[in-house]
Design a protein around this ligand. Structure first.
Ligand code: MN
Ligand code: MN
Length: 463
């Protein structure tokens, strides 16, 4: 009997709940890590805020802004700020960049409700912002929740005004209203995709009229408040990037406090894991690079997205200081495309093939491929790269699991992995499993957050 069981153990692959694999000391490390992540997430509501907070912490730890022509020595810590919306950090390795870099890339943008450029209007003595949503959202989830306003207004004179309303205690918030059930008979017959429309996502921002006799008195009153606060006029919205994001605080979920609820886990949870990992990396063998990318949720386009050559520009600068060709560096580099994956949800088993979906508390999720249908639109990492991670993670006590995005033909998705792989860099997707991905309030497990940090750290510190 015992021999039979041994054979099973020897030959079968069996996954274990992560809490059965760690000791008390590591449990404390999970808690400590989660506390600092929760603070970061709470204060990083937009890609710009995430980048600014990352730079503040990086500078306090000795990272300096990279200036072209700067002499780079092993152990040096540098960063390059890409227009305030994306960030690249590096710790220079002992080995030449000819031998490649270890790269981790995550995105810091998240689904949200952007204001239109011509945004403010009054209707029946109520004042609203017109919006254009950003990223893949289920629109019905964004009504009747508190919203905050974040972003920048770029003025004609060249100055930029930072806007943040609703994050600090005591500040007002905003909301998109919904129909009462009593009058929603027609609405309730619509599909969930049609029940709330894109043009229906109008944010309520005021109701008191200005004390005069002219038209749009409520709009005038609201505009004058904004003018008092930020010195802006309605025309300044033309050159603004303002966005409404969920106004919930990040908090622990569950009586056992094992989960974290909050807005923007996708993908600030992996961005933070990478950041912490590069902060904890001293004198690495190979140069370590940490990317916080923008625009992943809309296809990684634009100057701050991962398809931008801003990345080549930075890496080429580093290579030039060592007389190395960028293409040599890329072909020998390794990249963890750190992005969240779908966590198997027992409430919706019908969309998943349970054996292959990542599970909460089973550790960092590795996606060999993402994509849709017949693996369309993915880089599909090689078996050799997966074998390397098996080796690396086992040697470093990283609890991890394979992950796939739902049943075959159920849907699909992509990450920045394909854009890194297209550069001739061996790349694989790895990240934290998420419940309710892209909802205003997403859920992750503390254990999986910590293991993702540990996984990136292991890659950075590999010999
Ligand atoms: Mn993502
Ligand atoms: Mn996403």
């Amino acid at each position: 009997m015992e021999e039979k069981n041994n054979l099973r153990e020897k030959l079968f692959y069996e996954q274990k709940n992560g809490y059965d694999l760690i000791d008390t000391k590591e449990r404390l490390a999970v808690e400590e890590y989660s506390r600092s992540y929760m603070e970061f997430l709470n204060n990083s509501r937009t890609e710009r805020e995430a980048v600014a907070n990352a730079i503040t912490e990086a500078e306090s730890l000795g990272f300096v802004e990279y200036v072209p022509g700067m002499e780079l020595k092993p152990g040096m810590k540098i960063y390059k700020n890409n227009r305030g919306k994306a960030l690249m950090l590096a710790v220079i390795g002992k080995k030449s960049l000819k031998e490649g870099a270890v790269i981790a890339g995550a995105h810091v943008d998240a689904p949200r409700i952007d204001l239109k450029q011509i945004t403010m209007y009054e209707s029946d003595e109520m004042c609203y912002f017109k919006t254009h949503y950003y990223g893949g959202i289920k629109k019905y989830q964004w009504v009747t929740i508190p919203l905050e306003l974040h972003g920048v207004v770029a003025l004609k004179n060249g100055e930029t005004v930072n806007v943040s309303i609703g994050r600090e205690p005591g500040e007002p918030k905003f909301v998109i209203t919904d129909l009462l059930p009593h009058l929603a008979a027609d609405q309730m017959k619509k599909t969930m995709a049609e029940g709330i429309t894109g043009e229906g996502l109008n944010i309520l921002i005021g109701s008191t009229p200005y004390a005069d006799e002219g038209k749009d008195r409520v709009k005038l009153a609201v505009m004058s408040i904004l003018n008092d606060m930020y010195g802006i006029t309605e025309e300044d919205f033309l050159s603004a990037e303002l966005t409404a994001v969920p106004g919930f605080d990040v908090c622990e979920i569950g009586l056992d406090r094992s989960l974290i609820g909050g807005y923007g886990h996708d993908d600030r949870v992996c961005a933070y894991a990478e950041l912490k990992a590069i902060f904890d990396t001293e004198n690495p063998e190979k140069t370590c690079v940490c990317i916080l990318a923008d625009k992943e949720e809309i296809g990684s386009m634009g100057v701050s997205g991962m398809q931008s050559t801003a990345f080549e520009c930075f890496m080429e600068d580093l290579c030039e200081t060592q007389g190395v060709a960028l293409r040599r560096c890329f072909e020998n580099s390794f990249c963890l495309s750190a992005d969240v994956c779908n966590a198997y949800d027992p409430l919706y088993p019908e969309v998943s093939e349970k054996r292959s979906e990542s599970k909460v508390n089973y550790g960092m999720g590795i996606c060999k491929f993402t994509g849709a249908r017949g693996k369309s639109g993915t880089s599909d990492a090689s078996a050799e790269i997966v074998a390397y991670l098996r080796r690396l993670f086992e040697a470093n006590g990283v609890v991890w699991q394979m992950a796939e995005l739902g049943k075959v033909d159920q849907g699909g998705g992509g990450t920045i992995a394909q854009y890194m792989a297209n550069r001739n860099i061996d790349t694989i997707d790895a990240g934290v499993p998420v419940l309710s991905m892209h909802a205003p309030f997403e859920v992750v497990s503390k254990f999986d957050c910590y293991m993702t940090y540990k996984g990136v750290l292991a890659a950075y510190q590999d010999k």
